[in-house]
Ligand binder design. Sequence first.
Ligand code: UD1
Length: 425
Amino acid sequence: MDQIIVTGNGPLKGEIPIAGAKNACLTLMPATLLTDQPLTLTNAPRLSDIRTMTALLGSLGAEVASLQEGQVLALSSHAMTSHRAEYDIVRKMRASILVLGPMLARDGVAEVSLPGGCAIGARPVDLHLRALEAMGATLDLCEGYVHAKAPSGGLKGAVFEFPVVSVGATENALMAATLARGTTVLKNAAREPEIVDLARCLRAMGAQIEGEGTGTIIIHGVQALHGATHPVVTDRIELGTYMLAPAMCGGEVELLGGRIELLAAFCEKLDEAGISVEETPRGLKVARKNGRVRAVNVRTEPFPGFPTDLQAQFMALMCTADGTSVLEETIFENRFMHAPELTRMGAQIEVHGGHATVTGVESLRGAPVMATDLRASVSLILAGMAAQGTTTVSRVYHLDRGYEHVVRKLRGVGAHIERVKEEAA
Ligand code: UD1
């Protein structure tokens, strides 16, 4: 298994190109299952999660060609051979559940194993299932699989209010509703930029959708969707992660393709902490103003609130802030696994339930640490870049799920970072 070795360094300078969004691409790819015509996605990120989705779609009979070094995905589902998403693939990635709605909508039948994914909480899929049930689907849970059937004549439009905001459940329901008979109204829908991106792609495929980006999405079902070409929206989590690099090490870095509207709540917190964020014609420029970063409190919330996927990285910033900050996690119940690892580097963190209290220290010290999930792994790299001495991060396969060319991108702005093969024990 590979490790990443980081040695703390001084100010960073340069630019980092931001890739297309993993989470958008993972919901755009299953949209191929809604049509027998080709779907082309441009600006796709090169990540292991994308390869997992490619394998999953392939197991169903869809073709996914990776072109231009993986930045373009040409998808076609004209000859489906299976409607069963097997446990062996689904367990690797929770987003696999997103094939359920499209398969059910187009072919009236789907069997999907219950998913795995990051170990950051229970993460049920009940809302995905309840929304599809509201559209008339009958669902059976049997031996770890969801067996879903649409009524004869297909799914029916419905009014469904999500009791909790769920990104994935909104995506599944939105895709399914495009081919349902009649109109579907999704209330308390997620408003994330990835939902807006999915709606835009579906519209380019002929779907009739209004209200994406608000809490109410209205979908008028159509008979069939057609092919389209769609560019994947910028990855706001990769963007926010790399914005924290100059915030922690000092210096000035331009994030190419970045936009404040993707991360307004996060940018406000950076401003409070004393980090300057400026829009440029090519993206966002981030610089640390003089002195130590100020401690600020953060509460994770669905979009447009502060994203849970940036909580671990922001905690790394707060570890050396001047003062005490409280980070409240409201989306996932077990998302502070990075805290004990940061503590190994000299951070002072106390976790009580959904709150982490971080008392800033002058500086962190390098240490061997272990990545526990995708966003935790990159928070340890950021901490290592700002620490004195050398940090070795193991289990970096988590990182490959969500960050393309992380070593190359950070080296490009002057970070001392390399990837090595772990020595056999
Ligand atoms: C997506 C993102 C993930 C991000 C999360 C929240 C992808 C591939 N992943 O995950 O990176 O951290 O949004 O922004 O896009 N819930 C239920 N029942 C359900 C579904 C969800 O109770 O059927 C709960 C979850 O346990 C969680 C909350 O709802 O507490 C929000 O989860 P959700 O928005 O669904 O997250 P994902 O779509 O899995």
